[in-house]
Design a protein around this ligand. Structure first.
Ligand code: FMN
Length: 349
């Protein structure tokens, strides 16, 4: 029987991923200071495309200068970004992969000197595992309209550049995660309060993109949960995932929430976040991507067979060795796993 990881997967819009391996979005810090693609960016993604992954996601790209979290972050915030993004998309297509651009606004998760205007839903400091952030200002109704416009305009640029998909970054404590989470959104208008209200901006952005760029597939990176007391729970996220599917997203990429993407202290082993995709996989009517410390083809096969995920994102292991997961490659992780057994690892909370 053929290996599960090499089986193609068709998305609802007819797009076919050649296999179940995904290169997740990973900031490369190779853009120039205006957020444009450089030769270094192209070379970096040429390397990642060698993975042969069915889907290669391009790193978080800011939709506005105020949404920038790091210097040299890639941008999709103005027309001058389109030529470079076009080169990048065609480079990846030439390598035979489906490709998506992740769109982000950092909201309150940056510093004033990088984004110039630190703002969030309620002016609440965003908790983070790895740093202490400054308090953002609370956003106005005009700011909400601006974010909506900026996300849609950036998606239209991704469409013009030839990307197959855009991914809205609603995880890791960045802007749209801040809107969804009760920890950072304590507004009393129609964008705050109930879970549905907190999801409103995300859902409106998806609707806006689908109208403005009907060819483009839309996917969302969401937290499986926030991982903080009083934050988004797995039940909340099951409800949100249902709304996202109704809104027409093609697949969901399940990661962590407020706090960041880094491994939480309490989680160990290969697949340390896969319990999150496992909680949703097979229940939504769209495929889900699972992620978190996946290092071996054996783990991937088990996770696919057990339906913990439909697609496996492998980040750092592919940065380290881009071709490690290609068909026919021998992997050290296949024969001598150094971490916990897959089933235990996925359950390690
Ligand atoms: C260098 C680096 C940059 C990252 N940048 C992003 C990013 O731009 N957007 C995002 O959603 N996650 C980002 N992440 C998180 C990864 O997508 C992934 O979820 C995480 O690395 C866990 O997967 P892994 O254990 O296979 O590396 C980044 C991770 C790394 C290591």
């Amino acid at each position: 029987m053929s290996k599960l990881r090499f089986r193609p997967l068709a998305l609802a819009n007819g797009l076919i991923l050649n296999n179940r391996l995904v290169v997740p979005p990973m900031a490369s810090q190779t853009a120039d200071s205006s957020g444009r693609v450089t030769e270094q960016t192209l070379a970096h993604y040429r390397q990642l495309a060698r993975s042969g992954a069915g889907l290669v996601m391009v790193e978080y790209s800011h939709v506005a200068l105020t949404g920038r979290s790091e210097p040299n972050q890639l941008g999709a915030h103005d027309e001058a970004c389109v030529p470079g993004l076009t080169l990048l998309a065609s480079e990846l297509h030439r390598a035979g992969v489906v490709t998506g651009l992740q769109l982000t606004h950092c909201g309150g998760k940056a510093s004033q000197d990088v984004c110039g205007d630190l703002m969030g839903p309620s002016g609440i400091t965003v908790p983070a595992y790895d740093r202490t952030l400054e308090a953002p200002r609370a956003m106005t109704s005009d700011d909400i309209r601006t974010w909506h416009r900026d996300f849609v305009a950036a998606a239209v640029r991704a469409d013009q550049a030839g990307f197959d998909l855009v991914e809205i970054h609603c995880a890791h404590g960045y802007g749209i995660n801040q809107w969804l989470s009760p920890l950072t959104n304590q507004r009393s208008d129609r964008y705050g309060g109930s879970l549905r209200n907190r999801a409103r901006l995300l859902l409106e952005i998806i609707e806006g993109i689908r109208v403005a760029a009907p060819r483009l597939g839309v996917i969302v990176r969401i937290p499986g949960q926030d991982g903080y007391p009083e934050g988004l729970s797995q039940d909340d996220m099951r409800t949100v995932a249902g709304w996202l599917v109704e809104a027409g997203v093609l697949l969901l990429d399940i990661s962590s929430g407020i706090g960041g993407w880094n491994r939480p202290k309490a989680r160990r082993g290969e697949g340390y976040l896969v319990a999150e995709s496992r909680a949703l996989c097979g229940q939504l009517g769209v495929p889900v991507i699972g992620v978190g410390g996946i290092e071996s083809a054996d783990y991937m096969e088990t996770a696919l067979a057990e339906r913990w995920l439909d697609l496996a994102a492998v980040g750092r292991a592919i940065l380290k060795d881009p071709v490690a997961f290609r068909e026919g490659q021998m992997q050290p992780g296949n024969t001598a796993p150094t971490t916990a057994a897959p089933a235990e690892a996925a359950l390690a909370l």
